[in-house]
Design a protein around this ligand. Sequence first.
Ligand code: ATP
Length: 453
Amino acid sequence: MNDEKSIEALRTALELSPENVPLRIHLSDVLVRLRQYEDAESLLRIGLGKDPDNLTMKLSLAETFRAQDKINEAMVLVESLVGERNPDANALLLHAKLLLHTGDERHAAQQYRSAIDANGDLVDDTLSEQLGIFPDREWSNEDAEQRDWAAREHAGDVPDRVETTFEFERPEISFEDVGGMDALKDEIRMKIIHPLTHPEIYEAYGKKIGGGILLYGPPGCGKTHLARATAGQVKAKFMSVGIHQILDMWIGNSEKQLHALFDQARRNRPCVLFFDEVDALGASRADMKTSGSRHLINQFLSELDGVSASNEGVLILAATNAPWHLDSAFRRPGRFDRVLFVPPPDQEARSAILDILLAGKPTDRVDTRLLAKKTEGLSGADLKAVVDIAIEAKLRAAMQEGIPKPLVTKDLQKANGQVKPSTAEWFSTAKNYAMFSNQGGAYDDILDYLKLR
Ligand code: ATP
Protein backbone atom coordinates (compact mmCIF):
# COMPACT_ATOMS: atom_id res chain seq x y z
CA MET A 1 0.00 0.00 0.00
CA ASN A 2 1.41 3.43 -0.82
CA ASP A 3 1.69 6.10 1.86
CA GLU A 4 -1.40 8.05 0.85
CA LYS A 5 -3.53 4.92 0.83
CA SER A 6 -2.25 3.77 4.17
CA ILE A 7 -2.92 7.21 5.66
CA GLU A 8 -6.43 7.10 4.31
CA ALA A 9 -6.99 3.65 5.79
CA LEU A 10 -5.65 4.78 9.15
CA ARG A 11 -7.86 7.88 9.09
CA THR A 12 -10.93 5.81 8.36
CA ALA A 13 -10.05 3.44 11.18
CA LEU A 14 -9.58 6.37 13.53
CA GLU A 15 -12.92 7.89 12.56
CA LEU A 16 -14.54 4.63 13.56
CA SER A 17 -12.58 4.42 16.77
CA PRO A 18 -11.62 7.98 17.80
CA GLU A 19 -10.69 6.93 21.33
CA ASN A 20 -8.00 4.53 20.10
CA VAL A 21 -4.87 6.33 21.32
CA PRO A 22 -2.24 3.93 19.89
CA LEU A 23 -3.91 4.22 16.49
CA ARG A 24 -3.93 8.01 16.71
CA ILE A 25 -0.27 8.04 17.67
CA HIS A 26 0.63 5.61 14.92
CA LEU A 27 -1.11 7.80 12.36
CA SER A 28 0.59 10.91 13.67
CA ASP A 29 3.97 9.11 13.49
CA VAL A 30 3.33 8.22 9.88
CA LEU A 31 2.37 11.84 9.14
CA VAL A 32 5.53 13.13 10.83
CA ARG A 33 7.64 10.68 8.84
CA LEU A 34 6.07 12.09 5.67
CA ARG A 35 6.67 15.63 6.96
CA GLN A 36 2.94 16.35 7.16
CA TYR A 37 3.52 18.08 10.46
CA GLU A 38 0.43 20.26 10.59
CA ASP A 39 -1.85 17.27 10.12
CA ALA A 40 0.03 15.35 12.80
CA GLU A 41 -0.19 18.30 15.16
CA SER A 42 -3.92 18.78 14.74
CA LEU A 43 -4.54 15.04 15.11
CA LEU A 44 -2.72 15.05 18.45
CA ARG A 45 -4.39 18.23 19.61
CA ILE A 46 -7.80 16.66 18.95
CA GLY A 47 -6.68 13.57 20.86
CA LEU A 48 -5.50 15.66 23.79
CA GLY A 49 -8.81 17.52 23.74
CA LYS A 50 -10.46 14.18 24.50
CA ASP A 51 -7.81 12.92 26.91
CA PRO A 52 -5.88 15.97 28.20
CA ASP A 53 -3.54 14.04 30.51
CA ASN A 54 -2.38 11.46 28.01
CA LEU A 55 1.39 11.37 28.38
CA THR A 56 2.14 9.50 25.16
CA MET A 57 0.17 11.96 23.07
CA LYS A 58 1.81 14.91 24.83
CA LEU A 59 5.22 13.44 24.07
CA SER A 60 4.29 12.86 20.45
CA LEU A 61 3.01 16.41 20.19
CA ALA A 62 6.27 17.71 21.65
CA GLU A 63 8.23 15.60 19.13
CA THR A 64 6.07 17.04 16.36
CA PHE A 65 6.86 20.54 17.55
CA ARG A 66 10.55 19.67 17.63
CA ALA A 67 10.42 18.30 14.12
CA GLN A 68 9.01 21.65 13.02
CA ASP A 69 11.69 23.53 14.93
CA LYS A 70 9.05 25.00 17.25
CA ILE A 71 11.48 24.67 20.11
CA ASN A 72 9.69 26.99 22.54
CA GLU A 73 6.38 25.19 22.21
CA ALA A 74 8.12 21.83 22.61
CA MET A 75 10.03 23.12 25.62
CA VAL A 76 6.95 24.42 27.45
CA LEU A 77 5.16 21.13 26.92
CA VAL A 78 8.10 18.99 27.97
CA GLU A 79 8.89 21.17 30.97
CA SER A 80 5.37 20.57 32.23
CA LEU A 81 6.08 16.81 31.99
CA VAL A 82 9.51 16.77 33.60
CA GLY A 83 8.27 19.07 36.37
CA GLU A 84 6.00 16.29 37.61
CA ARG A 85 6.76 13.75 40.29
CA ASN A 86 8.60 10.76 38.79
CA PRO A 87 8.86 12.21 35.32
CA ASP A 88 8.73 9.84 32.41
CA ALA A 89 12.13 8.77 31.11
CA ASN A 90 11.17 9.57 27.50
CA ALA A 91 10.17 13.07 28.57
CA LEU A 92 13.56 13.51 30.25
CA LEU A 93 15.29 12.32 27.11
CA LEU A 94 13.38 14.75 24.93
CA HIS A 95 14.05 17.52 27.43
CA ALA A 96 17.78 16.75 27.19
CA LYS A 97 17.64 17.02 23.39
CA LEU A 98 15.78 20.32 23.54
CA LEU A 99 18.14 21.75 26.13
CA LEU A 100 21.09 20.76 24.01
CA HIS A 101 19.45 22.52 21.09
CA THR A 102 19.22 25.73 23.14
CA GLY A 103 22.88 25.42 24.12
CA ASP A 104 22.27 24.51 27.77
CA GLU A 105 24.66 21.59 27.73
CA ARG A 106 24.99 21.24 31.48
CA HIS A 107 21.29 20.87 32.11
CA ALA A 108 20.96 18.64 29.03
CA ALA A 109 23.59 16.30 30.47
CA GLN A 110 21.75 16.16 33.78
CA GLN A 111 18.42 15.29 32.16
CA TYR A 112 20.05 12.75 29.89
CA ARG A 113 21.65 11.05 32.88
CA SER A 114 18.28 10.95 34.68
CA ALA A 115 16.63 9.51 31.57
CA ILE A 116 19.09 6.67 31.17
CA ASP A 117 19.21 6.06 34.91
CA ALA A 118 15.46 5.49 34.78
CA ASN A 119 15.53 3.45 31.59
CA GLY A 120 18.81 2.05 30.33
CA ASP A 121 17.22 1.28 26.95
CA LEU A 122 17.12 4.97 26.19
CA VAL A 123 20.87 5.30 25.71
CA ASP A 124 21.22 7.34 22.55
CA ASP A 125 24.61 7.09 20.87
CA THR A 126 24.42 10.48 19.18
CA LEU A 127 23.40 12.23 22.38
CA SER A 128 26.05 10.36 24.40
CA GLU A 129 28.65 11.52 21.93
CA GLN A 130 27.41 15.13 21.95
CA LEU A 131 27.27 15.31 25.73
CA GLY A 132 30.32 13.15 26.40
CA ILE A 133 28.30 10.73 28.56
CA PHE A 134 29.14 7.08 28.21
CA PRO A 135 27.19 5.27 30.91
CA ASP A 136 28.81 1.86 30.45
CA ARG A 137 32.29 3.24 30.83
CA GLU A 138 31.31 5.53 33.74
CA TRP A 139 29.60 2.80 35.67
CA SER A 140 32.52 0.47 35.37
CA ASN A 141 34.90 3.26 36.41
CA GLU A 142 32.69 4.02 39.37
CA ASP A 143 32.61 0.37 40.42
CA ALA A 144 36.37 0.22 40.16
CA GLU A 145 36.69 3.39 42.21
CA GLN A 146 34.34 2.01 44.84
CA ARG A 147 36.30 -1.25 45.02
CA ASP A 148 39.49 0.72 45.29
CA TRP A 149 38.13 2.75 48.21
CA ALA A 150 36.90 -0.37 49.96
CA ALA A 151 40.29 -2.02 49.61
CA ARG A 152 42.15 1.04 50.86
CA GLU A 153 39.73 1.50 53.73
CA HIS A 154 40.15 -2.11 54.70
CA ALA A 155 43.90 -1.60 54.73
CA GLY A 156 43.44 1.44 56.99
CA ASP A 157 44.81 3.59 54.22
CA VAL A 158 41.93 6.10 54.17
CA PRO A 159 41.60 8.24 57.28
CA ASP A 160 38.55 10.17 56.13
CA ARG A 161 36.56 9.97 52.94
CA VAL A 162 35.93 13.70 52.89
CA GLU A 163 38.06 15.55 50.41
CA THR A 164 36.79 19.04 49.83
CA THR A 165 37.91 20.67 46.65
CA PHE A 166 36.18 23.96 47.25
CA GLU A 167 38.20 27.12 47.36
CA PHE A 168 37.56 30.50 48.82
CA GLU A 169 38.22 33.73 46.97
CA ARG A 170 38.64 37.20 48.31
CA PRO A 171 36.75 39.28 45.79
CA GLU A 172 38.14 42.66 45.04
CA ILE A 173 34.88 44.03 43.70
CA SER A 174 32.09 45.66 45.71
CA PHE A 175 28.63 47.09 45.00
CA GLU A 176 30.30 49.97 43.17
CA ASP A 177 31.35 47.52 40.47
CA VAL A 178 27.78 46.42 39.89
CA GLY A 179 25.86 48.71 37.54
CA GLY A 180 22.23 49.45 38.47
CA MET A 181 20.41 46.92 40.69
CA ASP A 182 19.83 49.50 43.44
CA ALA A 183 16.73 47.82 44.84
CA LEU A 184 18.51 44.46 44.89
CA LYS A 185 21.54 45.90 46.65
CA ASP A 186 19.22 47.40 49.27
CA GLU A 187 17.48 44.07 49.85
CA ILE A 188 20.83 42.34 50.27
CA ARG A 189 21.97 45.00 52.73
CA MET A 190 18.82 44.65 54.82
CA LYS A 191 18.55 40.91 54.71
CA ILE A 192 22.11 39.70 55.04
CA ILE A 193 24.68 42.47 55.35
CA HIS A 194 23.22 44.55 58.20
CA PRO A 195 22.37 41.50 60.30
CA LEU A 196 26.05 40.63 60.05
CA THR A 197 27.40 44.09 60.84
CA HIS A 198 24.74 45.19 63.38
CA PRO A 199 23.35 42.05 64.98
CA GLU A 200 22.42 43.95 68.17
CA ILE A 201 19.95 46.22 66.35
CA TYR A 202 18.21 43.24 64.77
CA GLU A 203 18.07 41.57 68.16
CA ALA A 204 16.60 44.71 69.74
CA TYR A 205 13.74 44.56 67.24
CA GLY A 206 13.34 40.85 67.80
CA LYS A 207 14.16 40.15 64.17
CA LYS A 208 15.44 36.69 63.56
CA ILE A 209 18.70 36.50 61.64
CA GLY A 210 19.28 33.81 59.07
CA GLY A 211 18.04 32.54 55.77
CA GLY A 212 19.35 33.19 52.34
CA ILE A 213 18.46 35.01 49.18
CA LEU A 214 17.60 33.33 45.93
CA LEU A 215 18.30 35.34 42.80
CA TYR A 216 16.57 34.36 39.61
CA GLY A 217 16.37 35.75 36.12
CA PRO A 218 17.71 35.45 32.59
CA PRO A 219 21.32 34.37 32.10
CA GLY A 220 24.13 36.88 32.09
CA CYS A 221 22.30 39.58 34.04
CA GLY A 222 24.71 39.66 36.93
CA LYS A 223 23.50 37.19 39.57
CA THR A 224 26.97 35.75 40.14
CA HIS A 225 28.56 39.17 39.80
CA LEU A 226 26.24 40.58 42.47
CA ALA A 227 26.92 37.67 44.84
CA ARG A 228 30.66 38.11 44.45
CA ALA A 229 30.33 41.86 45.00
CA THR A 230 28.29 41.20 48.17
CA ALA A 231 31.28 39.36 49.61
CA GLY A 232 33.64 42.16 48.56
CA GLN A 233 31.28 44.73 50.08
CA VAL A 234 31.72 43.24 53.56
CA LYS A 235 35.29 42.08 52.98
CA ALA A 236 34.14 38.51 53.42
CA LYS A 237 35.48 35.46 51.66
CA PHE A 238 33.50 34.03 48.79
CA MET A 239 32.87 30.54 47.59
CA SER A 240 30.87 29.68 44.51
CA VAL A 241 29.53 26.14 44.32
CA GLY A 242 27.83 24.79 41.21
CA ILE A 243 25.15 22.37 42.35
CA HIS A 244 26.36 19.98 39.68
CA GLN A 245 29.68 19.84 41.49
CA ILE A 246 27.82 18.40 44.46
CA LEU A 247 25.49 16.18 42.47
CA ASP A 248 28.39 14.76 40.50
CA MET A 249 30.15 13.53 43.60
CA TRP A 250 29.27 9.96 44.05
CA ILE A 251 26.43 9.20 46.38
CA GLY A 252 27.36 8.51 49.98
CA ASN A 253 30.45 10.61 49.87
CA SER A 254 28.58 13.65 48.61
CA GLU A 255 26.59 14.09 51.82
CA LYS A 256 29.82 14.25 53.75
CA GLN A 257 31.23 16.64 51.17
CA LEU A 258 28.23 18.89 51.58
CA HIS A 259 28.58 18.89 55.33
CA ALA A 260 32.32 19.55 54.97
CA LEU A 261 31.56 22.44 52.66
CA PHE A 262 29.23 24.11 55.17
CA ASP A 263 31.71 23.37 57.94
CA GLN A 264 34.49 24.94 55.96
CA ALA A 265 32.30 28.00 55.40
CA ARG A 266 31.52 28.24 59.13
CA ARG A 267 35.22 28.09 59.94
CA ASN A 268 35.89 30.89 57.46
CA ARG A 269 33.22 33.32 58.55
CA PRO A 270 32.39 35.93 57.57
CA CYS A 271 31.89 34.45 54.15
CA VAL A 272 29.41 34.33 51.33
CA LEU A 273 28.43 30.90 50.12
CA PHE A 274 26.97 31.09 46.65
CA PHE A 275 25.09 28.17 45.11
CA ASP A 276 24.71 28.36 41.37
CA GLU A 277 22.10 26.39 39.35
CA VAL A 278 20.34 25.59 42.61
CA ASP A 279 17.27 24.39 40.70
CA ALA A 280 19.21 21.25 39.75
CA LEU A 281 19.02 20.23 43.38
CA GLY A 282 15.49 21.35 44.07
CA ALA A 283 14.06 19.75 40.99
CA SER A 284 15.58 16.46 41.86
CA ARG A 285 14.02 15.98 45.27
CA ALA A 286 10.58 14.89 44.20
CA ASP A 287 11.77 12.53 41.56
CA MET A 288 14.86 11.12 43.16
CA LYS A 289 15.14 7.49 42.39
CA THR A 290 17.85 6.63 44.81
CA SER A 291 17.44 7.22 48.50
CA GLY A 292 21.08 8.35 48.62
CA SER A 293 20.26 11.36 46.50
CA ARG A 294 17.18 12.12 48.54
CA HIS A 295 19.35 12.17 51.62
CA LEU A 296 21.63 14.64 49.92
CA ILE A 297 18.79 17.10 49.36
CA ASN A 298 17.56 16.71 52.92
CA GLN A 299 21.10 17.21 54.13
CA PHE A 300 21.31 20.41 52.12
CA LEU A 301 18.07 21.66 53.67
CA SER A 302 19.21 20.88 57.20
CA GLU A 303 22.58 22.54 56.59
CA LEU A 304 20.65 25.61 55.44
CA ASP A 305 18.55 25.42 58.60
CA GLY A 306 21.79 25.34 60.58
CA VAL A 307 20.64 22.21 62.41
CA SER A 308 24.02 20.83 63.35
CA ALA A 309 25.84 24.15 63.70
CA SER A 310 24.94 27.82 63.54
CA ASN A 311 25.22 29.60 60.22
CA GLU A 312 25.90 32.94 61.84
CA GLY A 313 28.36 34.86 59.70
CA VAL A 314 27.71 32.64 56.69
CA LEU A 315 25.74 34.61 54.12
CA ILE A 316 23.91 32.35 51.77
CA LEU A 317 22.99 33.33 48.23
CA ALA A 318 21.81 31.14 45.42
CA ALA A 319 20.97 31.66 41.78
CA THR A 320 18.84 29.96 39.21
CA ASN A 321 17.59 30.55 35.70
CA ALA A 322 14.67 28.18 36.33
CA PRO A 323 12.99 29.03 39.65
CA TRP A 324 9.91 27.05 38.60
CA HIS A 325 11.90 23.86 39.02
CA LEU A 326 12.76 24.60 42.61
CA ASP A 327 11.08 22.53 45.31
CA SER A 328 8.93 24.73 47.56
CA ALA A 329 10.75 23.29 50.60
CA PHE A 330 13.63 25.59 49.70
CA ARG A 331 11.49 28.70 50.15
CA ARG A 332 10.44 28.08 53.75
CA PRO A 333 11.43 30.68 56.37
CA GLY A 334 15.07 30.41 57.31
CA ARG A 335 15.98 28.93 53.94
CA PHE A 336 15.69 30.93 50.69
CA ASP A 337 12.88 33.03 52.03
CA ARG A 338 13.69 36.03 49.82
CA VAL A 339 13.34 35.36 46.14
CA LEU A 340 14.48 38.26 44.01
CA PHE A 341 14.15 38.82 40.29
CA VAL A 342 17.30 40.05 38.54
CA PRO A 343 16.05 41.61 35.31
CA PRO A 344 18.12 42.72 32.34
CA PRO A 345 19.63 46.13 33.06
CA ASP A 346 17.52 49.20 32.24
CA GLN A 347 18.93 52.15 30.31
CA GLU A 348 20.55 53.78 33.31
CA ALA A 349 22.04 50.50 34.49
CA ARG A 350 23.38 49.75 30.99
CA SER A 351 25.14 53.08 30.98
CA ALA A 352 26.63 52.35 34.42
CA ILE A 353 27.69 48.84 33.33
CA LEU A 354 29.38 50.22 30.21
CA ASP A 355 31.23 52.77 32.36
CA ILE A 356 32.39 49.93 34.63
CA LEU A 357 33.42 47.71 31.73
CA LEU A 358 35.36 50.49 30.04
CA ALA A 359 37.12 51.72 33.16
CA GLY A 360 40.88 51.39 32.76
CA LYS A 361 40.64 50.82 28.98
CA PRO A 362 42.04 53.33 26.45
CA THR A 363 38.96 55.33 25.41
CA ASP A 364 38.25 58.69 23.87
CA ARG A 365 35.01 60.40 24.95
CA VAL A 366 32.86 57.29 24.65
CA ASP A 367 29.21 58.31 24.98
CA THR A 368 27.94 55.51 27.18
CA ARG A 369 24.54 57.26 27.58
CA LEU A 370 23.97 57.09 23.84
CA LEU A 371 25.14 53.47 23.74
CA ALA A 372 22.80 52.63 26.61
CA LYS A 373 19.89 53.89 24.51
CA LYS A 374 20.89 51.63 21.63
CA THR A 375 21.38 48.47 23.62
CA GLU A 376 17.85 47.77 24.86
CA GLY A 377 17.42 44.12 25.86
CA LEU A 378 21.14 43.36 26.24
CA SER A 379 22.25 41.65 29.44
CA GLY A 380 25.39 42.60 31.36
CA ALA A 381 27.15 39.65 29.73
CA ASP A 382 25.96 40.85 26.28
CA LEU A 383 27.37 44.31 27.03
CA LYS A 384 30.63 42.70 28.03
CA ALA A 385 30.62 40.91 24.66
CA VAL A 386 30.10 44.27 22.89
CA VAL A 387 33.11 45.76 24.69
CA ASP A 388 35.23 42.64 24.01
CA ILE A 389 34.37 42.65 20.30
CA ALA A 390 35.17 46.38 20.00
CA ILE A 391 38.49 45.89 21.75
CA GLU A 392 39.41 42.94 19.56
CA ALA A 393 38.70 44.94 16.40
CA LYS A 394 40.78 47.81 17.76
CA LEU A 395 43.65 45.44 18.55
CA ARG A 396 43.55 43.96 15.09
CA ALA A 397 43.67 47.44 13.55
CA ALA A 398 46.54 48.42 15.85
CA MET A 399 48.50 45.36 14.74
CA GLN A 400 47.96 46.16 11.08
CA GLU A 401 48.63 49.88 11.30
CA GLY A 402 51.21 49.76 14.02
CA ILE A 403 49.44 52.64 15.84
CA PRO A 404 47.22 51.89 18.84
CA LYS A 405 44.16 54.13 18.91
CA PRO A 406 41.65 54.58 21.76
CA LEU A 407 38.12 53.19 21.61
CA VAL A 408 35.48 55.63 20.45
CA THR A 409 31.67 55.50 20.51
CA LYS A 410 31.50 54.34 16.90
CA ASP A 411 33.63 51.24 17.62
CA LEU A 412 31.17 50.16 20.26
CA GLN A 413 28.18 50.92 18.06
CA LYS A 414 29.65 48.72 15.40
CA ALA A 415 30.28 45.91 17.86
CA ASN A 416 26.74 46.30 19.17
CA GLY A 417 25.45 45.39 15.70
CA GLN A 418 27.08 41.98 16.12
CA VAL A 419 25.57 41.08 19.48
CA LYS A 420 22.02 39.77 19.78
CA PRO A 421 20.15 40.10 23.09
CA SER A 422 20.52 36.75 24.80
CA THR A 423 17.61 37.18 27.20
CA ALA A 424 14.69 36.87 24.74
CA GLU A 425 14.61 33.07 24.82
CA TRP A 426 14.49 33.01 28.63
CA PHE A 427 11.56 35.43 28.69
CA SER A 428 9.57 33.38 26.22
CA THR A 429 9.72 30.42 28.64
CA ALA A 430 9.35 32.56 31.76
CA LYS A 431 6.26 34.26 30.36
CA ASN A 432 4.41 30.95 30.23
CA TYR A 433 5.22 30.16 33.83
CA ALA A 434 4.35 33.69 34.94
CA MET A 435 1.01 33.58 33.12
CA PHE A 436 -0.04 30.03 33.86
CA SER A 437 1.59 28.96 37.11
CA ASN A 438 1.94 32.12 39.08
CA GLN A 439 0.86 30.73 42.46
CA GLY A 440 0.79 33.40 45.14
CA GLY A 441 2.06 35.97 42.62
CA ALA A 442 5.51 34.34 42.67
CA TYR A 443 6.34 35.68 39.23
CA ASP A 444 4.57 39.04 39.34
CA ASP A 445 7.95 40.71 38.80
CA ILE A 446 8.25 38.97 35.44
CA LEU A 447 4.73 40.07 34.46
CA ASP A 448 5.58 43.63 35.52
CA TYR A 449 8.79 43.56 33.53
CA LEU A 450 6.91 42.35 30.45
CA LYS A 451 4.16 44.91 31.14
CA LEU A 452 1.56 42.17 31.26
CA ARG A 453 -0.02 43.28 34.51
P1 ATP B 1 24.19 32.91 34.55
O1 ATP B 1 22.76 32.77 34.91
O2 ATP B 1 24.47 32.59 33.10
O3 ATP B 1 25.14 32.27 35.51
P2 ATP B 1 24.54 35.49 35.78
O4 ATP B 1 23.21 36.18 35.92
O5 ATP B 1 25.12 34.87 36.98
O6 ATP B 1 24.49 34.49 34.57
P3 ATP B 1 26.99 36.90 35.58
O7 ATP B 1 27.83 35.70 35.33
O8 ATP B 1 27.02 37.50 36.93
O9 ATP B 1 25.52 36.59 35.18
O10 ATP B 1 27.30 38.04 34.52
C1 ATP B 1 28.19 37.85 33.42
C2 ATP B 1 29.16 39.01 33.32
O11 ATP B 1 28.46 40.18 32.90
C3 ATP B 1 29.80 39.37 34.65
O12 ATP B 1 31.00 38.68 34.84
C4 ATP B 1 30.04 40.86 34.52
O13 ATP B 1 31.26 41.11 33.87
C5 ATP B 1 28.94 41.33 33.58
N1 ATP B 1 27.81 41.94 34.30
C6 ATP B 1 26.55 41.46 34.38
N2 ATP B 1 25.76 42.30 35.08
C7 ATP B 1 26.54 43.31 35.48
C8 ATP B 1 26.30 44.50 36.25
N3 ATP B 1 25.09 44.79 36.73
N4 ATP B 1 27.35 45.33 36.45
C9 ATP B 1 28.57 45.05 35.95
N5 ATP B 1 28.85 43.96 35.21
C10 ATP B 1 27.87 43.11 34.97
